[in-house]
Write a protein that binds this ligand. Structure first.
Ligand code: NDP
Length: 400
């Protein structure tokens, strides 16, 4: 009997719930919890494919005792954490206290410090190992699918990888001058931080948006500006693939988004330090989040596609080789299927399939793992039919 507990009724949680519910042959029972139970109820009401009732619960995932009570009530085999990165450690702690396995899509971040890293989660490796439990970290798209793409490239397409560029394009248009496609607070913290890339064993820091390239995206998307950012999957990939000499991450941004972000930064609206407003403490970025459109509301109005992939240069059978592996996801098709746009879809589908990999014994182990540490083959075989087909090419052009 496989029982999963999904925590977080946002855009990604909606997709995870729909995808698990499409596969009752794997997920015998599903429980859905979030801070606001009415959000869970509204999403559950849209799910038509699951043969059993899906219980919903209110939980404050910052509170380990409340989580322990919830886990003891339902005794899930696996918790899928798609709340916010702030809750990773409390949910992992509750898993350790109650003997429950764990999966998430984003690495831990402290609410007061805009800096994310795997360190505090990796530190729990021995405790998960001793308890005989498995924690699967970063099983969304990036991190997640991109890590599995690198594992696939190394296993099947390369004898040696020299450079890896992760390239994330959202060519969707929601019609607003400024909105973020996932949690605005997390998104703005990510893009307003300094950039960083890995070269010859060192991390090189850049100013936000300092490095720009134009990349010609496939399948009609065409050329787009993209910028170098630090992104969390590089932390585990550089550790697990020490042969890679250079690793970078690129994301596309439109000019309107960048201009708005610059103005908001210049006036202090992206700050995470509380300020005093007429005797009330407010965090500017959290206030800004209140003003911006809810990412979940972008689904019906977003048109266009996402294209996320990896560009690898290395050697195969003694010859130099360039390889580009990517997925294209259409915002409107995702919306038609699960009621969410492609950014939530591309995150939630790998999380649900990762849960299947664990529950069916394809991914096993006791400890804390990043997804590239598992066999990519069963995942790559199923991710297309689950909604995110992949394409591969061997480009003759260079990308410096
Ligand atoms: P949303 O903000 O839409 O949803 C987050 C949900 O978590 C909300 O429903 C919220 O509660 C709930 N939540 C927040 N705090 C708590 C708490 N203390 N207790 C219980 N529930 C809480 O975010 P998204 O759905 O866009 O993102 C979900 C996760 O996915 C994030 O961690 C994000 O970083 C990650 N992500 C990963 C990507 C990847 O490719 N790897 C890409 C995009 C996102 P409430 O019930 O009040 O609404």
């Amino acid at each position: 009997m496989n029982r999963v507990l999904i925590i977080g009724a946002g855009g990604v949680g909606r997709v995870v719930l729909h995808k698990c519910a499409q596969h009752p042959e794997v997920f015998d029972e599903i429980v859905f919890a979030s801070r606001t139970v009415s959000k869970c109820d509204a999403i559950v009401a849209d799910v038509k494919t699951f043969p059993k009732p899906i219980p919903t619960e209110a939980v404050d995932a910052d509170d380990v005792d409340a989580l322990v009570r919830l886990f003891e009530k339902y005794r899930p085999n696996l918790v899928i954490n798609v709340a916010l990165p702030y809750q990773d450690l409390t949910i992992m702690e509750a898993c350790l206290k109650t003997g429950v396995n764990y999966l998430d899509t984003a690495n831990y971040e402290h609410p007061d410090v805009p800096k994310f890293c795997y360190g505090p989660q990796w530190e729990l490796h021995e405790r998960f190992k001793e308890a005989g439990l498995c924690a699967i970290l970063g099983c969304g798209f990036d991190p997640g699918m991109t890590n599995i793409y690198v594992a696939h490239a190394r296993k099947h397409r390369f004898d040696r990888m020299d450079t890896v560029d992760i390239i994330d394009c959202n060519a969707g248009d929601h019609g607003y001058p400024f909105a973020t496609n996932f949690n605005p607070e997390i998104n703005i913290r990510e893009v307003s931080a300094n950039g960083r890339y890995f070269e010859n064993g060192e991390w090189i820091e850049t100013k936000p948006m300092e490095h720009k390239r134009v990349f010609d995206f496939p399948e009609g998307i065409g050329p787009k500006d993209m910028y170098l950012l630090y992104h969390e999957e590089m932390e585990s990939l550089t550790k697990n693939y020490p042969e890679v000499k250079r690793m970078r991450f690129w994301m596309t941004f439109g000019q309107s988004y960048l201009t708005h972000l610059k103005v908001l930064e210049n006036v202090g609206m992206t700050g995470v330090e509380p300020i005093d407003y007429e005797g009330c403490k407010i965090v500017p970025l959290q206030f800004l989040k209140k003003l911006l459109p809810d990412p979940a509301s972008l689904g019906p109005r977003t048109v266009g596609k996402t294209c996320i992939g990896i560009w690898v240069v290395g050697e195969k059978d003694g010859k130099p080789q360039t390889y580009y592996l990517y997925n294209i996801c259409d915002h409107q098709e995702a919306y038609k299927e699960v009621g969410a746009q492609a950014v939530s879809y591309t995150t939630g589908v790998p999380a649900a399939l990762g849960a299947k990999m664990f529950l069916t014994g394809k991914w096993t182990g006791a400890g804390v793992f990043n997804v590239e540490e598992f066999d990519p083959d069963p995942f790559m075989a199923e991710i297309g039919p689950w909604g995110l087909p992949w394409q591969e090419t061997y480009p003759t052009t260079r990308f410096e």
